[in-house]
Design a protein around this ligand. Structure first.
Ligand code: GCU
Length: 674
């Protein structure tokens, strides 16, 4: 096989105490043999038990006559029973122990599959099975991974090798495809976009006969694991496929073209979920060319896809990337809001707006996007990035679930009681079903899938969080460690420390107080303080000899006022703005006292020295795990931790030197600043 099975590795044995006597799987679901999800659930449980417990589970099929696998129960021996229970919530399951037997109950087959994977987790963690009583219903309807894979095999912002979906403009369907689907489904992912949002070249042809047979095959593999396949779409496809001269969303000819195209695509790939579209952004085509709105563009596609149950996911990452750094009025942070807020309520029901967590671009710290809490009549989905583009590129450890928890927990004040981002994207606030959460994926064809072995915690964690947002980041981390590396206490405690320290550490030794960026242009693997300062991308820090930060208050770009009260007044006021976002919202003198009591400049020095100290401690603790982790994994991780140690110093020294030179103020603790 060559590649790892991550948290589904069944070669690691468990003690067997909890599973003693379990010898059957009983499928009490009519026509189960025709249901790929149930078949895969059974297969998974059988493989897990064979591998981890060393026992072949005998299949007993109840309720359908004539199955060769039917086996009478002898009276001795326990069983795992899969049962249909009407009236439960969609995709939910109840996993419990009844007189020694383990029961997985659900209304639908996805629920059964999720229950099976949960049981496998419980067995891996050696939790007491006789106490099992877990009812679990995913809060977010859509739990999606967005792959930025190109058809030539490269991956935009990919840090773990090449694509396993595409090689040389061909779709690849092999054992790894199935294992990918298993891994994703096992943490509750139910939707996947396989190709980059920047749809160019061959990818434009995915919706044509050239690829539809393979797209169909792929969608069937995914469907067996409850995952709906989506494609990124080229807005200008009618033109780029050479069929029309225009992509004007109000042209009858263009609309007719899309109707025919959708008929063809869905006619072939009936379980296709729909499409993801990046339009009028970073050079991609869109409705602006024709003086039309994003609602015009999205609705045109939505109307064409609606007869087939297709969903159009339309991205709000729309901004002017040809800005002039001399212009202090245009603010990239405002652009998502300014482009979409007026369209609230104008989108069809099968359109979802996909909104990045912050107004800029997946920085280590950003305020929550003001469209959350702004929009009240439009389906919304949160987009985060587990590909660590700006958070260490899977060479540094940066466990992002604590960040995602903060984002989900943010109070927008759109309603009295149900106003957090989580309420909105789970559908609680506005009673929507077309909503959820997507993550830009961090996988590639590396043996360990994610480059840094521990970056797999972000993949695992994203799925678990989207399924059960009430879990804490610590609970998810602990679970990932135990299902991946077993139940060695030292491994667990050390890895907990590493994971939970990693985001704060990364923030400390990189860009301070919410300012973001300061990375090398193009590859985004910093540091380069002025890398984006005089460029067209709208990403400035505005540092001079007196201070730093962007004035986004009512006196500046007015961005702070896009939030609802009291958020707007808190962000607008330097005295009230939380320290960690201060420079995002205000231009502040280096000598300004933060709420922490430190001056801005001293905070910069202290946090950069502290960040490196934490990394040193992380590396030391990691090294002590030698012999307790699989050797190859340990070696891979050790190399990355050493790189992180060195690289954190580079960040520290460049940032500190830069601000020392700009401000002329010394570190009051007299540490070495170059
Ligand atoms: C970032 C990233 C791009 C990506 C874009 C997007 O700007 O650097 O590579 O295409 O986000 O989300 O569309």
């Amino acid at each position: 096989m060559g590649y790892e099975q991550l948290w589904l590795d069944y070669t690691r044995k468990v003690s067997g105490r909890e599973t003693e006597g379990i010898i059957y799987i009983c499928v009490g679901i009519p026509d189960a043999e025709k249901d790929a999800l149930i078949q895969n659930s059974v297969k998974e449980l059988q493989e897990a038990f064979a591998g981890m417990v060393g026992r072949e589970l005998t299949l007993r099929q109840e309720g359908s006559a004539g199955t060769g696998a039917a086996q009478a129960r002898t009276g001795e021996g326990r069983e795992i029973r899969l049962v249909r229970r009407e009236g439960m919530r969609v995709e939910s399951y109840h996993l419990y122990c009844e007189k020694g037997d383990i029961v997985i109950e659900a209304s639908d087959s996805r629920g059964i599959l999720y229950g099976a994977f949960d049981l496998i987790r419980q067995v891996k963690m050696e939790n007491p099975l006789h106490l099992l009583d877990r009812t679990n219903a995913p809060l977010m309807p859509m739990r999606m991974l967005d792959h930025w894979d190109n058809m030539d095999g490269s991956i935009e912002r990919g840090y773990s090798g090449e694509s396993f979906f595409f090689v040389k403009d061909q779709i690849v369907i092999d054992e790894r495809t199935r294992d990918y689907a298993r891994l994703a489904a096992s943490v509750g992912i139910n939707a996947v976009v396989i190709n980059n949002v920047n749809v160019k070249d061959a990818a434009t042809w995915l919706i044509t006969d050239r690829y539809l047979d393979q797209v169909k095959q792929l969608s069937e593999v995914f469907a067996g694991y409850g995952i709906r396949l989506f494609l990124s779409l080229n807005y200008a496809a009618p033109m780029e496929l050479g069929e029309l001269e225009s992509a004007d969303p109000l042209s009858e000819e263009v609309r007719g073209w899309w109707h025919e195209r959708m008929k063809k695509v869905f006619g072939k790939v009936s379980d296709l979920g729909g499409f993801l579209i990046k339009a009028d952004s970073e050079g991609r085509p869109g409705p602006f060319t024709y003086g039309r709105t994003h609602a015009d563009g999205a609705n045109m596609l939505a109307e064409a896809a609606a007869p087939y149950g297709g969903t159009i996911i339309w991205r709000c990452f729309v901004y002017n990337c040809m800005q002039d750094w001399r212009d202090y009025k245009t603010d990239r942070a405002r652009s998502g809001y300014d482009n979409f807020m007026d369209l609230d309520g104008k989108f069809m029901d099968n359109v979802i707006l996909q909104i990045k967590n912050g107004p800029m671009d997946f920085q280590v710290r950003e305020p929550v996007h003001p469209l959350f809490g702004g929009l009240t009549k439009t389906n919304q989905m949160l987009e985060v990035q587990i590909a660590q583009e700006y958070t260490g590129q899977q060479r540094h450890l940066c466990y992002l679930i604590p960040m995602f928890k903060e984002i989900l927990g943010f109070r927008t004040y759109v309603k009295e009681e149900t106003d957090t981002v989580m309420d909105i994207v789970s559908g609680r606030t506005f009673g929507q079903r077309n909503c959820g959460m997507a993550a830009v994926a961090n996988t590639g064809n590396d043996d360990n899938w994610t480059g840094h072995d521990m970056a797999a915690a972000n993949w695992y964690g994203f799925g678990r969080l989207a399924f059960e947002p009430e879990l804490t980041a610590e609970e998810i981390a602990r679970e990932w460690i135990r299902v991946t590396y077993g139940n060695d206490e030292q491994v667990e405690e050390t890895m907990m420390f590493l994971l939970m320290s990693s985001w704060p550490a990364y923030e400390s030794y990189t860009s301070p107080l919410g300012i973001g960026w300061m990375v090398s242009p193009n590859n985004h693997y910093g540091p380069s303080v002025d890398g984006y300062e005089y460029s067209r991308w709208g990403t400035y820090h505005r540092a001079d000899h007196q201070g730093i930060g962007v004035d986004r208050s009512h006196e500046g770009t007015g961005y702070a006022m896009l939030y609802r009260k009291p958020n707007a007044s808190v962000y607008d006021d330097k005295e009230k703005c939380p320290d960690e976002l201060l420079l995002f919202f205000h231009h502040i003198p280096y000598t300004w006292k933060l709420r922490s009591g430190k001056t801005v400049i001293q905070h910069i020095y202290d946090s950069h020295f502290e960040g490196v100290e934490i990394v040193d401690e992380m590396v030391e603790q990691f090294m002590a795990l030698q012999g307790r982790l699989p050797e190859a994994a340990y070696e891979r991780m050790a190399r990355r931790f050493l790189e992180q140690k060195e690289h954190a110093r580079e960040w520290r020294d460049q940032i500190n030197a830069y601000f020392h030179r700009k401000s002329g103020i010394l570190d009051e603790k007299g540490r070495e600043v170059y």
